[in-house]
Design a protein around this ligand. Sequence first.
Ligand code: ADP
Ligand code: MG
Length: 426
Amino acid sequence: MIALLKCFYKSYQINKIHPKNSFSRKVIFGLNKFKKGNFLNFGVSPRSVQRHNKKHTFRGYTAYAAISLLLALLSLTSAPMQTKAINILGIETSCDETAAAVVADGRIVKSSIVASQTKLHEKYGGIVPEIASRAHIEKIYPVITEAMEQAGVNKDNIDAIAVANQPGLTIALIVGVTAAKTLSLAWDKPLIAINHLHAHLQSAMLAKENLKLPAVALVVSGGHTCLYDYHSPLEPKLLGSTIDDAAGEAFDKVANILKLSYPGGPSIEKAAKNGNPNAIKFPRSMLGRDSLDFSFSGIKTAVLYYCRGQDMKGEDKVDSMNEQEIADIAASFQAAVVDVLVKKTQRATKNIGAKTILLGGGVAANSALRDTLQKMCDNAVPPKKLLVAPKQYCTDNAVMVASLGYHKFKAKLFADLTLEPKATGL
Ligand code: ADP
Ligand code: MG
């Protein structure tokens, strides 16, 4: 304001002496822009003042000075208030992570708490739904409390509660859904239902610059593998999905066969770093020329037969394999899965003429997949833009739920207290 007044005073002084001085004209032009841009156009400009005061009299500039000052003051008092951020509390319990997060305006992560159950399921080599559900019940309250505390907010600063209600393990989802419904009722806040898979894509949108449409979106997680035609965060259109195992599930099962640690994805990736991806030619199931569906059970069985023999009656060769042999199997398996994922994505990209590709879900943390997809995008004619979820938001989290919740909040897509968890829904 002081700077503005100084400018104004200077221009007034200079104009008194030489109205055509370019500095003063610039300042006046700037003031005029300021005035027009901010709220009202009173139809007063230096020119119009000059026209009415042909001799550039003191009176003319005084009039302009008064109006400019008035406009400046008015713009201060009526300047649009810094619009209040929309804070969404996100809740995620679809599988084996209890997560809560507070995200402002869909992009600013104020807190993200994830209580992983990996240790509980490790010894079973996969997720046991009853154990998952019980652990969610234990963790849901502390996780939400911590997310609120870390974000420095209380219920009054929360605009809505978003919860993943599908797809997933119903007895796991129900914990998050019940918590969200309870808070919605107790705090009198809108409730927003979130599709967990669409939320995974939202993770890729966190780092979004300008999303050029049309876009193809690939979700690769422990329970799902889906390709979408992505026009907006609100309604991705399913193009294809797995007809048997999900990509992440295949990683977990193959890690189990190779006696690598759980969860399988990160340990296969680690082992594969020292392996030869061309050592073993594992099958790549493309399911026909035009198919956008996936199948990963064949490759899992191929690895199993490779290690235990076709009839499964021979010795388990894994026990006698050295590190290099394990690394070669891991690298060859990973290369085959990545190959299929990238080729199908490329197929979908061509089909819809996509300009952008989004990648999300736990398997999106895999560097081989990220790098190969990036190469595909760079080599395409014209090149495509790849948006990948930041690594910390690839596996299940509540940031993606809150972020998508923001878009549904803006679109006023609210749920009510009859909201139920659903195992399906791609
Ligand atoms: P879900 O939503 O089905 O629980 P997530 O999105 O949390 O699945 O992802 C978990 C899956 O991601 C697991 O199957 C895990 O093995 C896989 N995964 C995690 N990191 C990697 C990685 N670096 N490479 C391959 N797969 C990975
Ligand atoms: Mg997931």
